[in-house]
Design a protein around this ligand. Structure first.
Ligand SMILES: Nc1nc2c(c(=O)[nH]1)N[C@H]1C(S)=C(S)[C@@H](COP(=O)(O)OP(=O)(O)OC[C@H]3O[C@@H](n4cnc5c(=O)[nH]c(N)nc54)[C@H](O)[C@@H]3O)O[C@H]1N2
Ligand SMILES: Nc1nc2c(c(=O)[nH]1)N[C@H]1C(S)=C(S)[C@@H](COP(=O)(O)OP(=O)(O)OC[C@H]3O[C@@H](n4cnc5c(=O)[nH]c(N)nc54)[C@H](O)[C@@H]3O)O[C@H]1N2
Ligand code: SF4
Ligand SMILES: [Mo]
Length: 715
C-alpha cells in the first residue's frame, strides 16, 4: 500500500514543505507541495516536485568509488576507502602541514544542517585554515560590505512593515534567496504585501518574473549598478528624503558620501546606465519619498536588497556598499519598539538591539595568502584563488581537497584553470551522488544519502533571515536508500576521518565522542540545544509548525555603544571615483554577459533527470529578438559567444524580456573543457571568465556578470 509522508525540500531557502508518496519498499514515487503547511500553502517548484527522480535515478551512485589509473572507477567498501583517505591525509599533514588539506563547501552542504556544521569542525580539528565555499564566488560582497560599512544589530525593516522594497539584480520569485523578502510561497506573499500597499522597485537588465510585479522597473545595462545606486543616493540626499535624525546619530560622515555621489547626476546616470531620468527619479521617490499622511509626513519603511547581478558584476563590493548605504541613509532598520518577526526557534534567543555593529575589516589582519596577498573573510579563503592555491608552490599549497555537495569544475569561473588545478591534486575526495565533472577527477567518490533519506532541519544561523515567523519543520528520514547501496550521511565522512586521524571534533562547541559515531538526530539536537523549542518537540511536527514562543520587541541600543556606519571609507571613495573615469566597452565587444537563474534547475544539479531534460535539455544563450534579427540569427541556431578570455558554443534563444545588448546564460552547464560530449550538454559561461585578471583585491571575486562579449555566427 502506498503511504504518505511530509518533509521539507532544502534545495533552496524556500524550504517548501512536500507531501511524498512512498511505495512498500520505502521508495518515494511522487512529491508535491503541501497545502496544509501554514507558510508554504502548497507551493513547491519543479525542483522539489521531481526530487524523487534524483533519489531513484538509474545514474545515482550507490557505492563508494575509487578511480583507477585509466580513469575508470571501481567499487570499494566505505570502511576501506576511509582508511585509505585517512592514511593519505596523515602523510600530507605530516609533510606539509594542515593547511595543505582543504575543503570546498558546495550548495548541498548548506542544505544539510549537520554536515554544514561538521565540515568546518573537521577542518578546525585538523588545524587547517583552508576552508573554501561557493560564497566567495557568489555574494561575498555582502560580507565585505558588512565589515566595511558596519551592520545593524536588530536587522533590516521587517517585511511586514515595508512600504517599499528595492531589488537590484535579484529575482526572488525564481531564486527564493533574497534577504528581507518572504520566501515561503513568495508569489502569494508578494501579492498580499502589494494588496496592503507595498511598492516594489526592481533594477535588472531583464524584466524578470519579479520585475513584472514592480511599480518602478529600471532595465539597466549590466555592470552599471554602482552608477545607478550612486545616482539614487544623490537624488535622495538632494531632496532631503534621507532620515536626517538617524544619520546624525549613526552615520560617521554623511557629507563625505554626499560629496562622493555628487558627480552622479540623473542625466549622467541615465545616459551611462541606459535608463531614463524619469525612471531614476521615480525609483528614488518610490523607495524614499516620505508618505503624506493625516498627521504630516511619515518616513517610509522597507529595505533595499541585491542579488548575484551586482554582486557578480565588476565593482561588486562597491555596488553592495551602495545598496546598503540606501538602507543606512534612509534608516531602514528595525527600531526600538518594533516586533522581532522570528526571535529564533532553532537559534538561541538573544535580545535584538537598535544599534550599529562597528565595521571590522577582518581581512586586513591575520593570515595572508602567498597568492595575491588575500586575507580571510568569515573564516574562509577565497574561491577565486582556489586554482592558484593548488598550483602555486610554497607554504600552504593545497594538496588535498574534500568537496561536499559542490561541483567546482562546472561552477567556478575560469573552468579550464580550475579543472587543470584539480587534476594536480594529490587527493581529491567528493561526497557526491552523481558522476559530475568534478567527481570524474576525484580519486574517491563517496555517495551520500539524499534529502528524503536523512534527518534534517533548515538553517539555524540564517533562520531569522529566511523565516519571518517562528516556524520550523523537522525532516525525518522518510525514504529508504536504494536496496544494496552503501550511502552515508555527509557528516559521517568528516567525523570518521577525524576519528581515524586521532583528531577530536568540537561540534558547535560540544566535544563529540570519537569512538562511537553519533546519530544525525544527536547532532541536530546539539545544534538546537539553545533554541526556544526542544529537539524532542521539534520532532513531533514533521509537517512543520509555527510555534508560540514569547514575542520579542527590539530594545534601544546599549548606552555606551558609539559605533557608526562608515558610509564612505577611503577605499570605497577611490573605487567610486574609478567608476567615473572608466572607459567604455573594449573594442570588438558588442554585448554584456549577464548571470541569471532558471526555475527548472539549481546551479549544476540534476540536469539529467528525465523531468528536467524534458523541460530544459540544455542552457540556451538568451538574447533579445531584435539583437538576433540585427545579426541575421534565428532562434535555435548555434553561435559562438566570445569574451576577452574565452569562447564557447551556445544555442541562442530569443528573450524579449531582456534589454538589447545583453547575453544571458544560466551557469552550471556544459562538458569538461575540450571535451566533445556525445549529446550537446549545454554551454559553460565560466569558460568566458577569468580568475587571472580583475579579481577584486579584497575577496578575489571574479567578474562573472557584465563581462564584455560578442556573438559570432558559426556553422
Ligand atoms: N558563471 C557563473 N558561475 C557561477 C554562478 C553564476 O551565476 N554564474 N553562480 C555561482 C554560485 S552563486 C554558486 S552558489 C555556485 C554553485 O556551485 P556548487 O555548489 O559547486 O554547484 P551546485 O550545482 O550547487 O553543487 C551541488 C552538487 O551537489 C550534488 N548533490 C545533489 N544532491 C546532493 C546531496 O543530497 N548531497 C550531496 N553531498 N551532494 C548533492 C549535485 O549533484 C552537485 O554536484 O556556482 C557559482 N558559479
Ligand atoms: N531556480 C533556482 N533557484 C536558485 C538557484 C538556481 O540555480 N535556480 N541558485 C541559488 C543560488 S546558489 C543563489 S546564489 C541564488 C541567487 O539568487 P538571485 O541573485 O536572485 O539570482 P538570479 O535569479 O540569477 O537573479 C540575478 C538577477 O540579476 C540580473 N543581473 C545580471 N547581471 C546584472 C547586473 O550587472 N546588474 C543588475 N542590476 N542585475 C543583473 C539577472 O538578470 C537576474 O535577474 O539563487 C538560489 N536559487
Ligand atoms: S522553491 Fe523549489 S527548490 Fe526551493 S525549497 Fe521550494 S521546492 Fe525546493
Ligand atoms: Mo549561490
Amino acid at each position: 500500500m502506498p503511504r504518505e509522508a511530509v518533509t521539507a525540500c532544502r534545495i533552496c531557502a524556500g524550504n517548501c514543505s512536500l507531501r511524498l508518496t512512498l511505495d512498500d519498499a520505502g521508495r518515494v514515487v511522487a512529491a508535491r507541495g503541501d497545502r496544509d503547511n501554514p507558510l508554504t500553502r502548497g507551493y513547491a517548484c519543479i525542483k522539489g516536485a521531481y526530487l524523487h527522480e534524483a533519489h531513484n535515478s538509474a545514474e545515482r551512485l550507490l557505492h563508494p568509488l575509487k578511480r583507477q589509473r585509466d580513469g575508470s572507477f571501481v567499487q570499494m567498501p566505505l570502511d576501506v576507502m576511509l582508511a585509505e583517505i585517512a592514511a593519505q591525509l596523515q602523510t600530507l599533514i605530516e609533510r606539509h602541514g594542515a593547511d595543505a588539506v582543504a575543503a570546498f563547501r558546495g550548495t548541498m552542504n548548506y542544505s544539510n544542517l549537520a554536515a554544514n556544521h561538521m565540515l568546518p569542525a573537521f577542518l578546525a580539528a585538523l588545524g587547517s585554515n583552508s576552508f573554501f565555499s561557493t560564497m566567495t564566488i557568489d555574494q561575498s560582497a555582502k560580507w565585505v560590505a558588512f565589515e566595511r560599512l558596519g551592520g545593524w544589530a536588530a536587522g533590516k525593516d521587517p517585511y511586514a512593515l515595508a512600504d517599499a522594497l528595492l531589488f537590484v539584480g535579484t529575482n526572488p520569485l525564481v531564486s527564493l534567496s533574497t534577504f528581507n523578502f518572504a520566501l515561503q510561497n513568495p508569489v502569494k506573499q508578494l501579492h498580499e504585501a502589494k494588496e496592503r500597499g507595498l511598492k516594489l522597485v526592481v533594477i535588472d537588465p531583464r524584466e524578470t518574473e519579479t520585475a513584472r510585479h514592480a511599480d518602478v522597473f529600471l532595465q539597466v545595462l549590466p555592470g552599471e549598478d554602482p552608477t545607478v545606486l550612486a545616482g539614487l543616493l544623490r537624488i535622495i540626499l538632494c531632496r532631503g528624503w534621507h532620515d536626517a535624525e538617524f544619520c546624525a546619530r549613526y552615520v560617521k560622515d554623511l557629507r563625505r558620501l554626499a560629496r562622493a555621489v555628487e558627480p552622479f547626476t540623473p542625466e549622467y546616470v541615465a545616459q551611462r546606465a541606459g535608463v531614463s531620468v524619469e525612471g531614476l527619479e521615480a525609483a528614488a521617490a518610490a523607495f524614499a519619498e516620505p508618505v503624506r499622511e493625516a498627521g504630516g509626513l511619515r518616513r517610509k519603511r522597507g529595505s533595499a536588497a541585491s542579488g548575484t547581478g551586482p554582486n557578480m558584476a565588476p565593482h561588486s563590493n562597491l555596488a553592495e556598499h551602495l545598496v546598503e548605504c540606501l538602507n543606512v541613509v534612509c534608516g531602514r532598520f528595525a527600531r526600538a519598539g518594533d516586533p522581532v518577526p522570528n526571535p529564533g526557534v532553532l537559534a538561541p534567543r538573544y535580545q535584538r538591539r537598535a544599534e550599529v555593529i562597528a565595521p571590522r575589516r577582518s581581512w586586513e589582519s591575520g593570515w595572508k595568502s602567498r597568492v595575491g596577498g588575500y586575507g580571510m573573510l568569515f573564516g574562509q579563503k577565497m574561491s577565486g584563488t582556489l586554482a592558484q592555491e593548488i598550483t602555486t608552490p610554497g607554504a600552504g599549497q593545497i594538496r588535498a581537497l574534500l568537496v561536499d555537495g559542490g561541483n567546482p569544475v562546472n561552477a567556478v569561473p575560469d573552468q579550464r584553470r580550475i579543472a587543470d588545478a584539480l587534476r594536480q591534486l594529490e587527493l581529491l575526495v567528493c561526497i557526491e551522488p552523481f558522476m559530475t565533472n568534478t567527481a570524474r577527477l576525484a580519486h574517491y567518490v563517496i555517495p551520500p544519502k539524499l534529502m528524503f533519506e536523512r534527518a534534517d532541519l533548515h538553517s539555524r544561523d540564517y533562520e531569522s533571515y529566511i523565516m519571518f515567523q517562528p516556524y520550523a519543520q523537522y525532516s525525518a528520514a522518510v525514504a529508504t536508500p536504494p536496496e544494496g547501496s552503501e550511502v552515508v550521511d555527509d557528516w559521517f565522512v568528516f567525523w570518521d576521518l577525524a576519528r581515524r586521524l586521532g583528531k577530536p571534533i568540537l561540534f558547535d562547541d560540544v566535544p563529540l565522542d570519537m569512538r562511537a559515531a553519533p546519530s544525525t538526530d544527536e547532532l541536530l539536537a546539539i545544534l538546537v540545544r539553545h533554541g526556544s523549542i526542544s529537539f524532542d518537540e521539534l520532532k513531533l511536527y514533521p509537517q512543520g509548525k509555527v510555534y508560540e514562543i514569547e514575542p520579542m520587541i527590539v530594545q534601544p541600543g546599549e548606552p555606551g555603544n558609539t559605533a557608526r556606519f562608515d558610509v564612505m571609507p577611503d577605499d570605497v571613495e577611490r573605487e567610486l571615483a574609478d567608476v567615473l573615469n572608466e572607459a567604455g566597452e573594449p573594442p570588438g565587444f558588442t554585448h554584456r554577459l549577464a548571470v541569471r537563474r532558471v526555475r527548472d534547475v539549481q546551479n549544476t544539479m540534476y540536469h539529467h533527470l528525465p523531468a528536467i531534460r524534458r523541460r530544459m535539455p540544455f542552457n540556451p544563450a538568451f538574447v533579445h529578438p531584435d539583437d538576433l534579427a540585427a545579426q541575421g540569427l534565428t532562434e535555435g541556431q548555434c553561435v559562438a559567444i566570445v569574451s576577452p578570455h574565452g569562447r564557447i558554443r551556445a544555442i541562442v534563444k530569443a528573450d524579449p524580456a531582456l534589454r538589447r545588448g545583453v547575453v544571458s546564460i544560466p551557469h552550471g552547464w556544459g562538458p569538461m573543457p575540450d571535451e566533445e560530449p556525445q549529446t550537446y550538454a549545454g554551454a559553460n559561461p565560466n569558460q568566458l571568465l577569468s580568475t587571472s585578471v580583475d579579481l577584486d583585491p579584497i575577496n578575489a571575486m571574479p567578474v562573472m556578470s557584465a563581462m564584455p562579449v560578442r556573438i559570432e555566427a558559426i556553422d
